[in-house]
Design a protein around this ligand. Structure first.
Ligand code: HEC
Ligand code: HEC
Length: 249
């Protein structure tokens, strides 16, 4: 047992030290697409190929655009820690500048969706009506995977739709634009930039008003609510009947 703990701890320490140091350090304030290419070759090419053409271990990134790179790298999904049904999220391994440089490099290979314009992330421009519309759009397009309250849920084959609490607006926008993993792409013809902003405003509203109806039991729906009724509802009934029958005649 002690041997396992020591060996495990040592390997975690070694790998986190290795992860903490990106192979190319930022040498200038402004990184270019060439820096991005170097960073990409050092950190991503083992899976995505030297020219981002894809290998057996990772898909081609030609045409995925800067938005996809920003989303994957800055939410800590890439570089993928280990092969699995879906990339685990960790702390981002690169700075915003390094990620932008890699995004520039990928965007230079072939056109793809670009990182969103500031104005579509500014939710102060959305009024209450817009938030309500955002809620409607969310329930129509997103709730079947992410749950009505944005609490997330399981999908098939070991994949899952994550919870959507406290996600950076830019990453919500980019997720819709690029459709990571099993998520569909919601391009601008599907959901316009204004509507994307309304969805972001709605998610922000959920962050600020997590549960108007009291204790939410994790917002997981019938499973946790049913469990609650089984344990406390039925348990209470059993307790009452035991108490009734135990009363002296
Ligand atoms: C261990 C292998 C591995 C490494 C290393 C890795 N990736 Fe990935 N990457 C994957 C796999 C597998 C997928 C597809 C599965 C997924 O998205 O969960 C993917 C998906 C992506 C996507 C989404 C593609 C799309 O269609 O939108 C981007 C962007 C990406 N990787 C960028 C990077 C960048 C940038 C790096 C380096 C910082 C990197 N990856 C390192 C394996 C890897
Ligand atoms: C078919 C199921 C599905 C639908 C519909 C869907 N998503 Fe997703 N979503 C996913 C999956 C799966 C992931 C995780 C991808 C990954 O980890 O690579 C995800 C990831 C995300 C993320 C990233 C969360 C994080 O923790 O970084 C956001 C934000 C998001 N989705 C928003 C939305 C919005 C907004 C909609 C509706 C417009 C939507 N999704 C519709 C399946 C779905």
């Amino acid at each position: 047992m002690i041997g396992l703990v020591v060996a495990g701890g040592a390997s975690v320490a070694v790998s986190s030290v290795a992860n903490a140091e990106p192979a190319v350090a930022p040498h200038a304030q402004q990184l270019t697409a060439e820096d991005g290419e170097l960073l990409f070759r050092a950190n991503c090419a083992s899976c995505h190929g030297l020219e981002a053409e894809g290998t057996e271990a990772g898909p081609s990134l030609i045409g995925v655009g800067a938005a996809s790179v920003d989303f994957q790298v800055m939410t800590g999904r890439m570089p993928m820690a280990f092969q699995g049904p879906q990339a685990e999220q960790r702390d981002p391994q690169f700075t915003q500048e390094q990620s932008d440089a890699m995004g520039e490099y990928i965007a230079a290979l072939a056109p793809g969706p670009d990182v969103p314009d500031e104005q579509w992330l500014d939710i102060s421009q959305v009024d209450d009506e817009g938030i309500a519309r955002g809620g409607e759009l969310f329930r129509i397009n997103c709730a079947m995977c992410h749950n009505v309250a944005g609490a997330g849920g399981a999908l098939t084959e070991g994949k899952w739709a994550p919870h959507l609490r406290d996600i950076d607006p830019v990453h919500v926008y980019e997720a819709m634009l690029t459709g990571p993993q099993n998520m569909p792409v919601f391009n601008d013809a599907n959901i316009s930039p204004e509507q994307k902003r309304e969805i972001i405003a709605y998610l922000n509203y959920l962050d600020e008003n997590p549960s108007v109806g009291g204790f939410d039991l994790g917002s997981l729906g019938p499973v946790s609510e049913g469990l609650f009724i089984w344990i406390f509802g039925l348990g209470g009934l059993v307790a009452v009947s035991v108490w009734l029958t135990s009363r002296p005649n």
